[in-house]
Design a protein around this ligand. Structure first.
Ligand code: BV8
Length: 315
């Protein structure tokens, strides 16, 4: 249960928000936790045991595209079953109210878009589970694809049930995390060649995986940014243009992110250098390096579930 927000924090933040014109929001997996999607860290999170980090790389895909596609097919399935939560809607509403507002999201789950966040004010730093592109160097094919499963062989094993219904982060994420820890430990076990007797990860043949319909012989890959891959140039340039404008930044919201992955996390410092005050919204006071410890006395830390806090502080 989130601790109550102090009245003085709420008043000082609301006053600053009303007077703010240029606002950045940096979002992470914690924003989608209440929608039942596992965070990369936290209880049973995909990243805690490093499977996600080891699977979300070009090397892993080259070594075993079937295993990596099963990891992404599972996450596509879970994201499609999930619903945007009140935190997503509150952020989208604030973006509509504040024209010089920009959301930088590390989330690839598509929930900002389904909460009708204005697309011109949303940058997906790490791509989307629902973009796919051809891996053949001579082919530029890429498309949005919401087919679930994307190929019959990538159907989710029947043992994997749906995410818990929209509710508090504890119920939704834990339920899914325990599932995801079962699934991802099976994935990891497979990667470590120790078959898990609960969920058998089948060996898939390349022909079972998504093939490029344009060139006819390229394997499609998820349109996300993997570790050790560069973020899209046009995204970085558009954000730099917004940040480097002559005007100061009034506020950066750091929502549901451990702010460990770079260059995404670097935007907090960049905003502070442009004069921004910082408001961190996070379940865990300790899990925001540079967040809570980098906070000045005039900044804010709102502890709790973003799905509960954002609607309250954006009123
Ligand atoms: C790059 C898409 C240049 C794929 C993702 C060593 C040191 C430092 C940096 C590096 C290093 N080695 C390499 C690097 C750079 C590397 C990096 O940062 N690595 C990390 C591991 C340190 N970065 C890169 O590789 C980037 N590219 O640098 O290019 C380059 C080129 C070649 C060689 C070198 C460098 C590309 C990074 C993009 C990776 N792709 N996602 C996919 O999703 O499968 S990252 C992925 O993980 C997410 O997108 C996100 O960015 C990250 C997870 O972070 P969070 O979203 O914050 O989630 P997390 O679980 O960590 O935290 C959740 C938070 O929410 C917690 O604080 C929790 O308390 C809170 N919370 C939980 N519930 C709630 C809540 N808060 C509120 N309410 C709740 N209910």
């Amino acid at each position: 249960m989130s601790p109550p927000i102090s009245q003085s924090d709420l008043e000082s933040f609301s006053k600053h928000l009303r007077n703010s014109e240029r606002i950045l929001a940096l979002c992470g997996a914690g924003l989608s936790a209440a929608s039942g999607l596992p965070t990369f860290r936290g209880v049973g999170g995909l990243w805690r045991s490093h499977e996600a980090q080891r699977l979300a790389t070009p090397q892993a895909f080259a070594n075993d595209p079937g295993l990596v596609w099963q990891f992404y097919s599972y996450r596509r399935h879970m994201a499609l079953q999930a619903q945007p939560n009140p935190g997503h809607f509150a952020l989208a509403e604030l973006a509509r109210r504040k024209k010089d507002f920009l959301t930088l999201s590390q989330n690839v789950d598509g929930l900002h878009q389904r909460a009708r966040h204005p697309s011109s004010q949303l940058h997906l730093l790490h791509g989307s589970l629902f973009d796919v592109r051809c891996t053949a160097f001579y082919c530029n094919y890429s498309e949005q694809n919401f087919t679930d499963p994307i190929t019959p062989a990538l159907a989710i094993p029947k043992e994997v049930t749906q995410p818990a219904p929209l509710g508090t982060a504890e119920s939704g994420a834990e339920a899914t995390n325990s599932l995801s820890s079962a699934m991802q430990s099976a994935l990891a076990a497979k990667e470590l060649d120790i078959a898990d007797d609960r969920i058998e990860i089948p060996e898939l043949d390349i022909k079972d995986l998504p093939q490029c319909p344009k060139c006819g012989n390229g394997l499609l890959r998820p349109g996300v940014v993997w570790f050790n891959e560069l973020l899209p140039r046009q995204t970085i340039d558009a954000i730099s243009k917004w940040i480097d404008s002559s005007k100061k930044i009034d506020l950066i919201l750091v929502i549901g992110t451990s702010a460990r992955v770079t260059p995404a996390a670097d935007y907090v410092e960049e905003a502070k250098e442009k004069g921004a005050r910082v408001a961190v919204i996070n379940m865990d006071r300790a899990d925001t390096p540079g967040g809570i410890y980098g906070l000045e006395k005039e900044d804010w830390f709102f502890e709790g579930d973003a799905a509960v806090i954002l609607p309250e502080i954006f009123q």
